[in-house]
Write a protein that binds this ligand. Structure first.
Ligand SMILES: *Cc1c(COP(=O)(O)O)cnc(C)c1O
Length: 465
């Protein structure tokens, strides 16, 4: 399988190259040259195949030609063996035909583990085969950081630097990152927002000298390997709900558009989907786009669902690429105008392509608190603020009663104890593996939102020499 950039400015590359570099050299995102098709019936029936087997089956066409192709099942089997639920990604019924897909049973309690626990060992194998090493730099709005650290800690061929926006993530989220003691892990609290962190990472990558000298690698949701690993749980859900014939509605609390785009990937390879609901909090650039057809950046406001406090949804570019019939020149033009003016307009034809499958919805913090309380009263379940946005947004659009509605539960409620407690009066407990989190000691540096300072810090501390 070969991959092309959404902006068309670089040659086609292999999966291994995509895995190692993340972002393409022209600033675009890699997508497969052609969509493979998977016959869901060949994967086997739900209950008869393990999640790891489904994962190996789904990933296979995407890694064709890679050194990891022959070891796929070994990788997925090891990756998911430590998850806290035997189903790995269990579907829980909230109400008749309304489901929660619980993606918080990995080591750091967010859905990001479902991708990164696979991506870490994939990277290690490719690096070992090449005798190479990488410096991984990640911007996190809270959950990517700890998931990336858990996936990469102690792997000698990698140094990992995590940039998080200072005081804009929860204490649990920060401690999950800063209490890890592996010597290849470096946490940086940046004086700024998540978008500032993301721009710093983009700045590092766009400097060719820095990129080459440090062998920079990104494991953010722009990394294609994460997208395909996440598409697996849409496939496993479809198997449970009676696919390949029966479609479902998927409501996805969205930030960088990675998770919902993984759903689109699953759809392109064979999962039947009625539509996706793209849920946002008050940082509603996507909802405004769905209302107007214009993507316009605005300032980020902090909310109770910080992993969605984003005004640039990077992975949307991948969908635009499809919506414009894979015309990379047009996509490159839109992205240039977004960079210059903070705005671009989607043409009618591309817009209706997107509207056929995606609907936007927003919920502010008051609505989120009310929802968490109502869900607790109705079902006895505590849900995290991101999941609450997903559930409410999923209920906004009416469907036939026989149509399954699935909300992606993106984090464990204990990652956001303050919000959950103020909504329900109940403080959610951390699972046993993390129960002493607040007794562990923290290590991190605070740095200004300044690309030169960050670059110097990485050069002087990295361990992968
Ligand atoms: C990362 C994250 C999101 C947003 O996911 P995207 O892939 O960026 O759209 C939503 N909820 C939680 C809990 C997250 O950690």
């Amino acid at each position: 399988m070969r991959y092309v950039s959404t902006r068309g400015g670089v040659p086609k590359v292999s999966f291994d190259e995509v895995l190692l570099t993340g972002l393409a050299g022209d600033g675009g995102l890699y997508v497969p040259e052609k969509w493979p098709k998977i016959d869901l019936k060949k994967i086997g029936r739900s209950g008869e195949v393990s999640y790891a087997e489904v994962a190996a089956h789904v990933l296979k066409p995407f890694v064709k030609g890679s050194v990891i192709e022959s070891e796929l099942f070994e990788i997925t089997d090891t990756a998911y063996s430590g998850f806290g639920d035997p189903a790995v990604a269990p579907l829980v019924e909230l109400a008749p035909n309304e489901w929660l897909l619980e993606l918080f049973h990995g080591p750091t309690l967010s859905f990001k583990d479902y991708a990164l626990q696979v991506v870490g060992p994939m990277l290690e194998r490719v690096l070992t085969a090449r005798g190479a090493s990488v410096t991984i730099v990640v911007a996190t709005s809270g959950d990517t950081g700890s998931a990336a650290i858990e996936a990469c800690k102690g792997r000698d061929a990698m140094s990992i630097f995590i940039l998080h926006p200072k005081n804009r993530i929860s204490d649990v989220q920060r401690r999950q990152m800063t209490t890890v003691t592996a010597n290849n892990v470096f946490n940086i609290a940046v004086d700024g927002t998540f978008d500032d962190c993301q721009n710093l990472v983009k700045g590092l990558f766009s400097n060719k000298r820095v990129r080459d000298e440090l062998q920079l690698s990104a494991v953010n949701s722009i990394n294609w390997a994460r997208i395909i690993a996440q598409s697996v749980y849409y496939v496993s859900t479809s198997l449970v709900l009676g696919g390949p014939e029966k479609p479902a509605v998927y409501s996805v609390p969205t930030g960088n558009f990675g998770n919902v785009y993984a759903g689109y990937t699953a759809h392109r390879i064979g999962v039947p989907v009625e539509f996706f609901v793209v849920g946002s909090n008050s940082n509603d650039i996507l909802t405004r786009y769905f209302e107007t057809g214009v993507m316009t950046a605005a300032d980020v406001v902090p909310t109770l669902s910080p992993a969605m406090d984003i005004q640039i949804s990077s992975n949307f570019e991948r969908l635009l690429f499809e919506a414009y019939g894979r015309n990379s020149a047009t996509v490159a033009g839109l992205m240039t105008s977004f960079g210059k003016d903070g705005q671009y307009i989607v043409a009618d034809e591309a817009r209706s392509f997107i509207d056929r499958l995606f609907l936007g919805c927003r919920l502010d913090d008051n609505g989120t608190l009310t929802a968490m309380r109502r869900i607790y009263e109705e079902t006895g379940k505590l849900v995290d603020p991101h999941t609450a946005v997903g559930i409410v947004c999923g209920r906004q659009f009416s469907v036939q009663p026989t149509m399954p509605r699935v909300t992606i539960a993106t984090a464990h409620p204990a990652k956001f104890p303050d919000a959950v407690k103020s909504a329900t009066g109940v403080k959610p407990d951390l699972p046993d593996t993390l129960s002493d989190l607040f007794e562990r000691s923290e290590t991190y540096v605070c740095l200004p939102n300044d690309i030169d300072v960050i670059t110097d810090y990485i050069y002087s501390t990295r361990t992968n020499l």
